[in-house]
Ligand binder design. Structure first.
Ligand SMILES: NC(=O)c1ccc[n+]([C@@H]2O[C@H](COP(=O)([O-])OP(=O)(O)OC[C@H]3O[C@@H](n4cnc5c(N)ncnc54)[C@H](O)[C@@H]3O)[C@@H](O)[C@H]2O)c1
Length: 284
């Protein structure tokens, strides 16, 4: 019997990357899934977000596990989209037991070049989008007196990073959001926890802006990106981590194994957070 047998999971950003790994892991463990993702590009992001083909592929792979997948085109910037996804999910599968609030974007800009539009879009998707996702499932989970919410933060929810104050602010905000959700929903039997991934091998980190960042210079290559990830982690052999590492942790949090776990943040970062800091370019 699977660890999530008979459950339903709603996954935002479910078309690809970590979202797809979550979907396939839930399905493998016996859950049906509701997948929410956008198909339009996001203006301030330096790479493509998911496509309809990505979503089709995830649905196909879920069905190969003999589970059902409901694909919903929706934007976490819209409460109406998320409420509709929950309504459709409950209509189709009878209930939603699990929310994996995973949808997110990333980009680079120095603090002093951060324009209002870039800042606002990041906060709207990466922080408010998770709030809206939680809000969409909350009445249903409260009524049923059970539920598990997993929020994808980042190690940038625990420490700063050069040139992404908007992302860092949103991801720190998610830790506070998660703790409040855990506090307020505990009396209703609903748990909430967060995962803080290190460097994960997904489309979010597989484009020129990311190559340059991991290489430490403009014109970085994909090979330099792979090399750079080793310096990001502490554990032997840990370059970019597979999305499965995050899906495995969400599986634990959403399963009965974590029945007494709520309000915690689990870094899945191959030891990144224990690396002692060094200033690579001290200003004298
Ligand atoms: N990849 C990493 O190294 C890394 C590290 C730490 C945290 N994270 C976080 O993990 C989560 C998953 O990212 P990923 O690595 O799988 O990247 P990804 O870009 O492959 O996946 C993100 C998904 O979110 C979707 N999305 C973006 N904006 C949306 C919106 N407005 N509404 C609905 N869906 C939207 C995208 O279309 C995409 O399918 C994100 O929250 C990200 O910030 C990633």
């Amino acid at each position: 019997m699977g660890m999530l047998e008979g459950k339903t999971a709603l996954i935002t950003g479910g078309a690809r990357g970590q979202g797809r790994a979550h979907a396939l892991t839930c399905a493998r463990e016996g859950a049906d899934v509701v997948l929410v993702d956008i198909t339009d590009p996001v203006a301030t992001v330096p790479y493509e977000t998911a496509t309809a083909q990505d979503m089709e592929q995830t649905v196909k792979e879920v069905e190969a596990h003999d589970r059902r997948a409901l694909a919903v085109t929706g934007d976490v910037r819209s409460q109406a989209d998320l409420d509709a996804a929950v309504e459709r999910g409950v209509g189709e599968f009878g209930k939603i037991d699990i929310l994996i609030a995973n949808a997110g974007i990333w980009g680079l800009k120095p603090l002093w070049e951060m324009d209002e539009a870039t800042w606002s879009e990041m906060l709207d998707i990466n922080l408010s989008g998770v709030f809206r996702s939680v809000r969409a499932v909350t009445p249903h989970m409260m009524e049923r007196g059970t539920g598990s919410i997993v929020i994808t933060s980042s190690i940038n929810g625990l420490e700063p990073a050069q040139n992404y104050v908007h992302y860092v602010s949103a991801k720190h905000g998610l830790i506070g959001l998660m703790k409040n959700v855990a506090l307020e929903l505990a009396p209703y039997g609903v748990r909430a926890n967060a995962i803080s991934p290190g460097a994960i091998d997904t489309p979010m980190t597989d484009h020129q802006t990311a190559y340059d960042m991991f290489a430490g210079h403009e014109g970085g290559t994909r090979e330099e990106r792979y090399e750079g990830a080793y310096g990001f982690h502490a554990l032997k052999g840990a370059g970019f981590l597979p999305a499965q590492a995050i899906a495995d942790t969400a599986l634990y949090l959403n399963s009965d194994l974590a029945a007494a776990v709520t309000g915690v943040v689990i870094p899945v970062d191959a030891g990144h957070m224990v690396l002692p800091g060094m200033n690579p370019a001290p200003a004298r």
